[in-house]
Design a protein around this ligand. Structure first.
Ligand code: GRF
Length: 195
């Protein structure tokens, strides 16, 4: 049997992008396999959703910093990913900045999705930034992860209109619907498959 890329999905939240990726795999739109789902938060819904698909899960031990892992914590994560023979690290709502040694362990193999048309609106709650800026259009971006937050090479983008009367919630929901299409399709393109 032809081997397919083996992914780990890292998330801190509800895991809707993880579900979109797993469903694309199951539907045959993405030839890949999720070998591990990891969260830095023990009660993150992404872990229960992964377990419901029968996928292996892991929780990272508490870190002394809120926005990143300690170098030792990241080294343990690299070890965990190696043990599961992971080839690609897929960030899906993972709320820690990726540092060393993870970056060097997976060069050009760490991918993220961000809820704006990068380089616009980097950082947290990008949909609120878009509303505050009064733009008529925003979107989502799949990109490589490097040491600069939300600044790695762009792989794919999808535009989303900002509508009259949008609230942060309505705009975020529209962006997320676009993310659920874009992320699996961008990964399929990246792995050299048609989606
Ligand atoms: C997404 O909106 C993504 O753009 C951002 O975090 C959110 C994760 O949502 N990086 P979910 O956990 O996949 O539902």
């Amino acid at each position: 049997m032809k081997s397919v890329p083996r992914l780990a999905v890292l998330g801190s939240g509800k895991g809707s992008n993880f579900v979109a990726i797993q469903e694309a795999i199951q539907a045959g739109r993405l030839a890949a396999r999720i070998g591990l789902v990891v969260s830095d938060l023990a009660d993150a819904p992404i872990l229960t959703r992964a377990a419901a698909f029968g996928l292996p899960t892991a929780t990272l031990p508490p870190s002394p910093f809120r926005t990143k892992l300690s170098p030792e914590g990241e080294a343990a994560l690299v070890e965990l990913l190696r043990r599961h023979e992971i080839e690609w690290v897929i960030l899906a709502g993972y709320m820690r900045v990726v540092k060393e040694p993870l970056l060097s362990a997976f060069p050009n193999r760490i991918i993220n999705i961000h809820p704006s048309l990068l380089p616009a609106f980097k950082g947290l709650r990008a949909w609120e930034q878009a509303l505050a800026a009064g733009v008529k259009e925003t979107g989502c971006t799949v990109h490589f992860v490097n040491r600069d937050v939300d600044a790695g090479e762009i792989i794919a983008q999808e535009r989303v209109p900002v509508l009259e009367g949008d609230t942060p919630e309505s705009l975020h929901a529209r962006i997320q619907a676009a993310e659920h299409e874009l992320y699996p399709a961008a990964l399929a393109g990246l792995f050299g498959q048609s989606s």
